[in-house]
Design a protein around this ligand. Sequence first.
Ligand code: AMP
Length: 404
Amino acid sequence: MLFEQLNLIEPILQALKTEGYTKPTPIQAKSIPLVLHGNDLLGCAQTGTGKTAAFAIPIIQLLAKKAPSFSGKRPIRSLILTPTRELAIQIGESFTNYGKGTKLRYHTIFGGVGKQPQVDALRKGIDVLVATPGRLLDLISEGHIDLQQLEIFVLDEADRMLDMGFIHDVRRVIKKLPQKRQSLFFSATMPPAIVQLAGTILRNPKKVEVTPVSSTANTINQAVYFVDKGNKKRLLVNVLQNPEIERTLVFTRTKHGADRVVKDLAKAKIKAQAIHGNKSQNARQGALKNFKNKVTRVLVATDIAARGIDIDELTHVINFDLPNIPESYVHRIGRTGRAGASGIAFSFCDASEKPYLKDIEKLIGKKVSVIDTHPYPLMIHEVPKPTPRAPRPKRTFKHKRKNR
Ligand code: AMP
């Protein structure tokens, strides 16, 4: 299938050509016609499948083809609600890229930065608003945002909204929307709470589903290094001697751990920056920009901060720590090999992380190959057992129980 077969308007086809997209991804091929026909949509797809374009393209087309039923200042006609700032920025960029040949205006709002530029942009009038829930509710309560003319609502990454504790905010936003609207709902997983939430938002939705999270791991070459915890930093420097690793995303379990890796790499003269929740929005954006522009070679991230990071041509991901949630592993390695490209994922596993590796292998349905020719082989094979507690004194019962 080609984009030309999807009845798209010329400016969008042109923009997709500029982006270098030749054919729609499966989620795009399935969703675009359904959304163009005005259906509500329940999409089961994760980041990396092309789902942003799957909703952005038909929204741009629907809005561009129909003039707003409102004179005066432009009303907000479409709202995209997404859990993280990084995702919001990327979705905003996608609208700008795919819709640059139309006269529509797009704007992105999120917390952690000053409100005034956002308020100014809203005052001028915009057609599509991309927002995270907290800042959106703030600006609604201050009277800067009116959603009464909304035509299309998108709830993106619904399961993350739930994980990150935003579900009440999402419900509050939904109450502000007009009853008559088209709604699109995307989630990587569909646990009961999400199905229930979808039921309150969608009307007779069409369902589309693309490859579940565990099977996307198949296009990525994965390998594990068994290494003692204390030697991981040395191993990382050693692995990075490989010039084929032009840029890599390194994952740590904690923010503190991310900062430590950056410091250790600096000692080895390897340029790295960290991106995590304790960093200001400006610092995060700066780190991402430096990484994208190849000023830094290594970006060190925690799971939450890495959500939604979309970097073209990322060939390598290194798990400095293995995640204790196997799905996080799949999300992490999915940062490479995007939209069908190939990627390489290395993981460092110490003795205490062996059970996590087992869970990961169970989820992805295969063994991760082991690299055992490296200078820091595992010496401590067992996690030291905690010293046994002194035996408790025997309980004595004052009264013998009756009728036993
Ligand atoms: P997403 O799942 O929306 O985060 O998209 C993942 C990546 O795939 C982004 O880098 C997009 O620019 C890219 N992408 C989306 N659609 C296509 C397409 N049809 N062909 C090639 N790349 C695409």
